[in-house]
Design a protein around this ligand. Structure first.
Ligand SMILES: [Zn+2]
Length: 110
């Protein structure tokens, strides 16, 4: 008899991106370029970028993703109507300016 997956296993199976945390490894030289490499905590290569501020932002992506998911849940918990509709406002569309829709757009299928 199979045992059902735990919630954590299910979330891991759904993840399309390399699990966080990601770490910034600044000033790695590649050829003539001084680059900022981002790696997973297991050392898996994510990306190299020149601009260190951009690298820091990319490296924080897993934490930002989790924070946005938590913020969305907190916003939905403020209003039963919002929870029922999945956002604030009367009509949900790609241009909806509510924060929940902005979060949905930002995180996509992540
Ligand atoms: Zn909305």
């Amino acid at each position: 008899m199979n045992t059902p997956n735990t919630t954590k296993q299910t979330q891991t199976d759904k993840a399309k991106h390399t699990p966080g945390p990601w770490e910034l490894m600044p000033h790695m030289t590649s050829g003539w370029q001084d680059l900022n490499e981002i790696q997973s905590e297991t050392g898996e290569y994510i990306v190299r970028v020149r601009n260190e501020a951009n690298a820091r932002l990319i490296a924080s992506a897993p934490e930002l993703l989790e924070a946005l998911k938590e913020a969305k849940e907190a916003l939905l918990n403020l209003s039963p109507e919002a929870r029922e509709r999945g956002h604030y406002g009367d009509f949900k569309n790609d241009d909806c300016p509510c924060t929940i829709c902005k979060i949905d757009k930002a995180i996509g299928d992540a």
